[in-house]
Design a protein around this ligand. Structure first.
Ligand SMILES: NC(=O)c1ccc[n+]([C@@H]2O[C@H](COP(=O)([O-])OP(=O)(O)OC[C@H]3O[C@@H](n4cnc5c(N)ncnc54)[C@H](O)[C@@H]3O)[C@@H](O)[C@H]2O)c1
Length: 359
């Protein structure tokens, strides 16, 4: 009788930081038979208690110190979901322990940390992926394909929006510059920058100008808003950041990002303008000329977006690369390029808006 072949070995996953966003990762892993969550680590015992109740985590071990966790067990994947300031040390420790690493966005606090992470991945011969899920959304994929098919021509100008009227996170440490590296630009601007940069073909940024303002987040507020009672006393980041980035190929990107701004409504999208056509991710419209007419083309069908499937896409891109050797769509090198853009905007703001070089 033919022997039944053994079930393929699952990739063993440990999560560092079992807070808010780990919920999306845990949910996505449930759709991925190639992985099993075997451990979770958080400095807060109550978050570990929550983690143990999540689907697929009941049998996982728990730790309050990631160094101890990495010594105690072997993992294939470490998934870093901590505040930004812990991304680099946790990722580097995991790479040194021989694990592939997925790190949530933004990659780190600054480009120097990104470089150290990429160096550690190279030395360990392990994969380092950045948790950018917006690039996998159907609308961004549509734009990327339009760019690749030449429908936009040469890209001239990109306008990026990540604006909240009043949306200072009232959990975590999002108002702490020392633990996050910055405010809305590094936290929500990063999503729109990375997906636009991806669709543009990842050109090299060479210079930036930026300004930042803090005028509401560091004060008590009795205004009704979606996340009231944030910790204004420890708030040291910007409320609003606006800037421009020049790329080596001459393309210009204009960016605005806010936790607080007096405007009609929240926005999170970008518009891209080329010599032959344009595209807006607001509603997935391609602007072009056809039949002697200016035409606005929209998809006849797009899957709903954003959706939990975006997290499956980003994690599956990573596991597929581990299992098959396929290239990562969102590697540490791309994470570092995005980080250099954000760092350039902040460095320029520190100089009162003077243009700074991005190396
Ligand atoms: N991809 C997305 O759409 C998205 C959305 C939200 C947040 N994020 C990113 O995810 C990260 C976490 O954000 P969040 O909203 O989950 O914050 P959070 O504060 O809810 O969760 C972070 C968790 O990390 C834990 N932690 C802190 N230091 C630690 C350490 N040294 N070791 C282990 N655990 C530690 C905290 O106790 C907390 O439970 C941030 O980098 C953020 O930018 C990404």
């Amino acid at each position: 009788m033919k022997k039944a072949s053994a079930a393929p070995k699952k990739l063993r996953v440990a999560i560092i930081g079992t807070g808010n966003i780990s919920r999306c990762h845990i949910a996505a892993f449930q759709y991925m038979p190639e992985v099993e969550i075997v451990a979770g680590c958080d400095i807060k015992p109550e978050r570990l208690a929550w983690f143990k109740q999540q689907p697929g985590c009941q049998n996982a071990s728990t730790y309050e110190d990631y160094s101890k966790m990495l010594k105690a067990e072997k993992f294939d994947i470490v998934d870093v979901c901590t505040p930004n300031g812990v991304h680099a040390p946790a990722a580097i420790a995991a790479l040194k322990a021989g694990c592939h690493v997925m790190v949530e966005k933004p990659m780190a606090m600054n480009p120097e940390e990104c470089q150290a992470m990429n160096d550690a991945a190279k030395k360990a011969k392990k994969l380092l992926a950045c948790g950018f899920q917006i690039r996998y959304t159907p609308v961004v994929q549509m734009c990327k394909r339009a760019v690749n098919e030449g429908l936009l021509g040469d890209i001239l100008y990109v306008k990026v929006h990540a604006m909240r009227r009043r949306g200072v996170p009232n959990w975590g440490v999002f108002g702490r510059k020392d633990l996050q590296g910055g405010g809305p630009m590094i936290d929500i601007g990063v999503h729109q920058i990375e997906s636009a940069h991806y669709a543009m073909g990842e050109p090299k940024p060479v210079a930036a100008t930026g300004r930042t303002w803090t005028f509401l987040g560091n004060k008590p507020s009795n205004v009704v808003s979606v996340w009231p009672n944030w910790d204004y006393k420890t708030y040291t980041v910007e409320d609003l950041c606006v800037g421009q980035v020049r790329f080596e190929n001459g393309t210009l990107m204009q960016i605005e990002s806010a936790f607080c701004s007096h405007l009609e409504k929240d926005t999170a999208y970008w518009e891209i303008m080329g010599t032959k056509g344009g595209f807006s991710t607001l509603d997935g419209t391609l602007y072009h000329d056809m039949a002697g007419t200016m035409v606005n083309s929209q998809a006849g069908f797009l899957p709903p977006h954003p959706s939990p499937a975006d997290f499956v896409s980003k994690l599956r891109d990573f596991t597929t690369a581990i299992l098959t050797g396929s290239p990562l769509t969102s590697s540490g090198l791309e994470g570092m390029a995005v980080q250099k853009i954000i760092d350039g905007l902040y460095r320029s703001a520190d100089k009162g808006g003077k243009e700074v070089a991005i190396l």
